[in-house]
Design a protein around this ligand. Structure first.
Ligand SMILES: NC(=O)c1ccc[n+]([C@@H]2O[C@H](COP(=O)([O-])OP(=O)(O)OC[C@H]3O[C@@H](n4cnc5c(N)ncnc54)[C@H](O)[C@@H]3O)[C@@H](O)[C@H]2O)c1
Ligand SMILES: [Zn+2]
Ligand SMILES: [Zn+2]
Length: 405
């Protein structure tokens, strides 16, 4: 029997590396597994030996105790791996294939999957449309911050890299295809970014930096990134973004200094519901509607908002009773008066990952450098989580099986 170590959520502020079972082609009962999913056969799945598995801001919402994630939930939805076993019903993926795993789990059979809306697949999560590995309320699929992980509907979900040796040379870049690069790209596309656009990205975390990278790739004229964290703003400047420091105030004035007008054409929210107030120094209080209200103010009439930043339906740590239920105080009248469009939700990774893989393999983009990707051993996950939570300008990539040495 092969051992399997994994990163688990223990309690607010704490993750631990624990021993879990080696996966089989069945979803077994465990922390966070929906009863209707227990015993579900997964003959369409494969078992991956993990090559890279990244820590995400989405994991941090759970680890900060801002969701209803149960103790011992195995984390990890950003997975790249090598196939070591294939299930009975897998036709095309083979043992030895090196693959990126979209963080959305999707069946490939429902009406949403057929329209490529893989972030809201109807057949994988008994609680609601949409699923992911290692995530609260997502059906209970075991997370991939582990040595081994089960990937269902493998023929449909996996993106196989065309050449293993070539892929290993760019593996840190390719590791960003499971989530943040497509997610940032989706934010930019749905904000309407194209050649010559002016763009404001709220948040200089990995998703914001991936959105800024994507805006450049799509031909934006000026990309302005706002945050309260100076190290992360410096990271944005390192690849040609303009930046605004939100400890000093909202972004409108600083955008005017850059563009000559206090407006942009495209607005991207790469922050979500844990947004902090602007103009109140580095340790500003939380103000969950700030980013959305700011984007409505500063995006020109007729523009669009791409909103990859996560908003929840329940938040035990919400600032008031409304926020605890995910209800925010939005100035929707502003957005309505300006005919703004909004796109929210999980990024449907499969819509973009193959094209972005081609851009990486053909040297069109350096996503790992732009987000400052850094491999660390699985055992150091608790330290990685803590540093990321403290605002390090780093995208931590766990290296459970030594492939990244
Ligand atoms: N939609 C999706 O499919 C998807 C996928 C991945 C991540 N996400 C979400 O995207 C968001 C960003 O992810 P991340 O990994 O970069 O997280 P992160 O926590 O590392 O980054 C968030 C950044 O926002 C900054 N911030 C706080 N308040 C702000 C404000 N008012 N204006 C501008 N910046 C502000 C923080 O200082 C931080 O640097 C999270 O909510 C995450 O859950 C969504
Ligand atoms: Zn993620
Ligand atoms: Zn589906």
């Amino acid at each position: 029997m092969t051992g399997n170590k994994a990163v688990a959520y223990k309690e607010p502020g704490k993750v631990e590396v624990i021993d879990i079972d080696y996966p089989t082609f069945e979803l077994k009962d465990g922390p966070g597994v929906n009863p209707a999913n227990v015993g579900r056969p997964v003959h369409h799945g494969v078992i991956l030996k993990t090559v890279a598995t990244n820590i995400c801001g989405s994991d941090q919402h759970m680890v900060r105790g801002r969701t209803t994630a149960p103790p011992n939930l195995v984390l990890g939805h950003e997975i790249t791996g090598e196939v070591v076993e294939v299930g009975r019903d897998v036709e095309f993926i083979k043992v030895g294939d090196l693959c990126s795993v979209p963080f959305n789990i999707a069946c490939g059979r429902c009406c949403n999957c057929k329209e490529r809306k893989t972030g809201i697949c109807l057949n994988v999560n008994p609680d609601r449309p949409g699923s992911a590995y290692g995530y609260v309320d997502m059906g209970g699929w075991v997370g991939g911050q582990a040595n081994y992980v089960l990937v269902p509907y493998a023929d449909w979900n996996l993106l196989k890299f065309p050449d293993k040796d070539q892929a290993m040379e760019k593996i840190l870049d390719l590791a960003m295809l499971s989530d943040i690069f497509p997610t940032g790209f989706h934010g930019a596309v749905t904000a309407g970014v194209g050649v010559g656009s002016t763009v404001y990205v709220a948040g200089a975390g990995p998703v914001g930096l991936a959105a800024a990278t994507s805006a450049h790739l799509l031909g934006a004229a000026v990309v302005i990134v706002g945050d309260l964290n100076e190290d992360r703003l410096a990271q944005a400047r390192s690849f040609g973004c303009e930046t605004v420091d939100l400890t000093k105030g909202g972004p409108a004035e600083q955008i005017e200094q850059i563009l000559g007008v206090p407006e942009v054409e495209c607005g991207i929210d790469a922050v979500g519901f844990e947004a902090r107030g602007q103009g109140h120094g580095k340790n500003a209080e939380e103000a969950p509607a700030t980013v959305l209200n700011t984007l409505m103010d500063i995006t020109a009439a007729g523009g669009a908002l791409g909103i990859p930043g996560l908003y929840v339906t329940g938040d035990p740590g919400g600032i008031d009773e409304a926020a605890k239920k995910g209800a925010l105080s939005l100035s929707l009248g502003t957005g309505w008066a300006k005919s703004l469009s909004f796109t929210t939700g999980q990024c449907p990774v499969m819509k973009y990952n193959r094209q972005l893989m081609m851009a990486i393999l053909n040297d069109r983009v350096s996503i790992a450098k732009n987000v400052n990707a850094k491999p660390i051993p699985l055992e150091e996950a608790p330290k990685g989580y803590a540093e990321f939570d403290a605002g390090a300008a780093t995208k931590y990539v766990l290296n459970p099986n030594g492939y990244l040495n």
